[in-house]
Design a protein around this ligand. Sequence first.
Ligand code: ZN
Length: 127
Amino acid sequence: MKFKKGDIVILVILIAAGLAWFGLEQIKDSGSGGEIVIQVDGQPYKRTPFNKGMKRQTFHIELDEKRFIDIVADGKGVHVENVICPDKLCQKTGTIDKTGQSIVCLPNKVVVFIEGKGNSQVDNVSY
Ligand SMILES: [Zn+2]
């Protein structure tokens, strides 16, 4: 079986396209961790990439001279560690680790959620 020069060029292009597509799929998969979004009083406060195995990070947010909230993100997820809060529901929520999950601290007007890459699944968080 003989290949013409043109056939080989087409074959090479097809293989390259296939590899490129495969590569893109891999990148999309590895980037599915999403982002941790912290909002204070309805305003964006912090945005940071979330992925399993990330280094532990603590976000200490001073709400006023008496109140604060410590949000901890690590490889397992995100949780509220310390907070000055009357009901502590935010702390009781525990750890969130999936896109679309959220922790809401009603008295302090703090919202933490995990947003998927490219599409915001939590657009309207109700207080
Ligand atoms: Zn709270």
